[in-house]
Design a protein around this ligand. Sequence first.
Ligand SMILES: Nc1ncnc2c1ncn2[C@@H]1O[C@H](COP(=O)(O)OP(=O)(O)OP(=O)(O)O)[C@@H](O)[C@H]1O
Ligand SMILES: [Mg+2]
Length: 356
Amino acid sequence: MYESYYGLNAKPFQLTPDPGFFFASKWHKRAMSYLQYGLSQAEGFIVITGDIGTGKTTVANSLLAEIQDDIFAAQIVTPKLSPDELVKMVASKFDINTDGRSKAEILKMLEVFLYDLSTQGRRALLLVDEAQNLPLESIEELRMLSNFQLNGKPLIQSFLLGQEELQPILRAPNMEQFRQRIVASCHLAPLTLQESKEYIEYRLHHAGWNGVDLFSEGAYERIFQFTRGVPRKINTLMDRIMLFGFLEELKSFDEDAVKEVIDEVKAEMFEPEGGAPSKEPAAYDEHPQDKVMMTPKGNVIRDSKYYIDMLGELVDALDDAISQKVKMSQYVDKLMKKKFKTYIRLKADDKKDSQE
Ligand SMILES: Nc1ncnc2c1ncn2[C@@H]1O[C@H](COP(=O)(O)OP(=O)(O)OP(=O)(O)O)[C@@H](O)[C@H]1O
Ligand SMILES: [Mg+2]
C-alpha cells in the first residue's frame, strides 16, 4: 500500500523469513558461522536457541538457500511429535513412503536410503525447527538416528532450532548422551539499538529505498524501546509506521510520529497485563561500565570497562577463528570430493579395462 509512495519495489517488513532479506547482525552472523561449521563437521548436532522472533528460522532458511547439491537437506517444523511420529515425518521428508509400515520397517528403509545417499557421495541433513516442542523421548529418537553410520562415518546430521525452553530440555540429567553429540551451540539475542537501526535501513534499501534519513535518531530510539530489538516486533511495528507515514503523507519520521503509531499499536495489541514479559536486552544497558561490578565472592571489580572491552575482543577473535575454521573445512571438503570423484572414475576405468 505504502510501497509506491516511498518508491519501494517490495514490501520491506514482511513477516515471512526470507533469505533474500537476511541481515547479518553480530548474532546472526555467529549463528550462521556455527551452522556452517557444523555442516563442515558432518556429524553430531548443532543447537541454535533464541528468544521468540529473533530470527532462528530466517537463519535456517538462509543456510538452506546456500547448501550445495551434495547435501540432501530436509526441514521439519515440529508440533509435539511422539518418537514414532517423528521417525515417520523424517522418513517422509526424505521422500520415503511410510504408508502402512511399522516403525521398524520405516527405520530400515531410512537406513537403506542413507546408505544409498552416502554411496553417491552425498549426505543427509535434518533441520528441526521449533525443537522446544519435542518431548525428551523424541529428541532421544533423533540421537538414535544419528547412530546410522557407514565405515564409521555418520550418515545423517541434525540441527535443532528452538526457543529458550529448549535449553532446560537439553540440560536434563538424562540427556547426557545427546549433549555429548552436540558439536556447537549458540544463542540468538535481540538486536542492539545500533543494529536495529542498521536492520531497518538494510530492509528499506533492499526493498528499493534510495533516500536518506527517513528516521530521526529519536525515532529509532523509540522503535528500539518498544520492540527491544526483536526483529519480528520491529517488522510489525515498521509496517504500521510506514502505513501511517503514507496516510499522513510524511516524507520523514520524527520521534512524535513513531510515538503516535506505538500508542495506536499498543491499544490494539493483546499484551499481557503489566506489559510484555520480555527481558531487557543486555545491549539496552548502554553504559554497563558505570555499574559497580563484583566477583561472585563480593570483591569489587575496578576498571570493569577494561574487562568488558577485553571480553568483547576475545569474543570477536573467537568468531574470526570459527570463520577461518569453517573456510578451512570447506576447502578440505572440496579436496576430498575431488579425490572421491577421481577415485570413482579410476575404479570405473579399471572395471572397463578388466572387461576388455
Ligand atoms: N537476520 C535477519 N535478517 C532479516 N530478517 C530477519 C532476521 N532475523 C529475523 N528477521 C525477521 O524477523 C521475523 C522473525 O524471524 P523468524 O521467524 O526467523 O524468528 P524465529 O526466531 O524463528 O521466531 P519463532 O521463535 O517464533 O520461531 C521475520 O519476519 C524475519 O524476516
Ligand atoms: Mg521460527
